[in-house]
Design a protein. Structure first.
Length: 305
């Protein structure tokens, strides 16, 4: 039976370790502070932001939400970020992605103070990642590394294949795996023989955003599968195939009319060594690592050890 890599358990461990650090800062100086910027009314972004604010509340981190309208300009967002950069009580600033098309995301990210960039997206922090120097790391790939470490899955000398080359997940994931001494391949929409590339992986990270795109026949027996995808499926015939080994979930689909699946076919994993389920695998880790980056930023800024 494959081992299930439980992201909720890892999230609990990370948050338990952060709690005394938050208490210490709060007693000595003030609670860590996080600004969350949510532009417009993208429903998925609104849910992510709500969960981030909720995690702050549970941990005792002060959070403030800013909600510029969908029509905001690049200049207006930069002006907001400059105000937040100057606020001494805020240690982190998160601008929820994606931004509307009229906004130049790269320019907005570059306006962040690098020391408050708890997403690790600023070019200064991207440079620190590439050079393997300390600094905030993008939360989702950092969570994956944390999960692999806490489950004792070795990376040194292993073949890691990353599907997807996004700035948020694929590229930083590949760099972090490289720094753990894996041999890393990045695949994308132009890659030839994707199944063949995947079959070489000891560690396969799927981050392409296409429901059940990766089939079991692409995965080497004994590999570890990290599924970063979160895709909503509403088609009943597709759901019946995807959930053919999960009757409880299929019953829930018929009740609710939708289900969440990852980028890997969830009923074709019998032969793997370990995998992250969707939901409950990588998802819970992103917010835990955001909390970790925010606490670390507060410690640096407040001079705690
Ligand atoms: N959108 C999807 N993932 C992320 C993330 O980790 N940070 C931000 N700011 N936006 C996202």
């Amino acid at each position: 039976m494959p081992k299930i890599l439980d992201g909720k358990w890892v999230r609990g461990e990370i948050l338990n370790e952060l709690a005394p650090r938050v208490q210490k800062l709060t007693a000595a100086k003030r609670p860590p502070g996080l600004a969350v910027v949510l532009v417009g009314d993208n429903p998925a972004s609104a849910i992510y932001v709500r969960n981030k604010v909720q995690a702050c509340r549970e941990l005792g981190i002060h959070s403030e939400k800013f909600t510029p309208p969908e029509s905001v300009t690049t200049a207006e967002l930069i002006a907001l970020i400059q105000q937040l950069n100057a606020r001494p009580d805020l240690d982190g600033i998160l601008v929820q992605m994606p931004l509307p098309p009229q906004v130049d995301s790269q320019t907005v990210i570059a306006a962040l103070s690098p020391e408050k960039d708890v997403d690790g997206f600023h070019p200064f922090n991207t440079g620190a990642l590439v050079a393997n120097r300390p600094g905030p790391r993008p939360c989702t790939p950092a969570g994956v590394i944390e999960l692999l470490r806490r489950y004792g899955i070795p990376l040194r000398g292993k073949r890691a294949v990353v599907l997807g080359r996004s700035d948020i997940v694929g590229k930083p994931m590949a760099m972090m795996l490289l720094h753990q001494h894996a041999t890393v391949t990045i695949c994308h929409s132009n890659t030839q023989d994707l199944p063949g590339e995947c079959l070489r992986a000891d560690i396969l990270v799927a981050a392409i955003g296409r429901a059940a795109f990766v089939r079991g026949s692409w995965i080497r027996p004994g590999a570890t599968v990290i599924d970063v995808g979160i895709n909503r499926v509403t088609d009943a015939r597709l759901a019946a195939d995807l959930l053919r080994n999960a009757p409880d979930r299929l019953a829930a689909f018929h009740k609710n009319g939708s289900t969440l699946v990852g980028d890997v076919h969830p009923s074709e994993l019998e032969h793997v060594y370990a995998y992250t389920p969707v939901p409950g695998g990588v998802g819970p880790l992103t917010i835990a690592m955001l909390m970790a980056n925010t606490v670390a930023s507060a410690e640096r800024r407040l001079g705690a050890d």
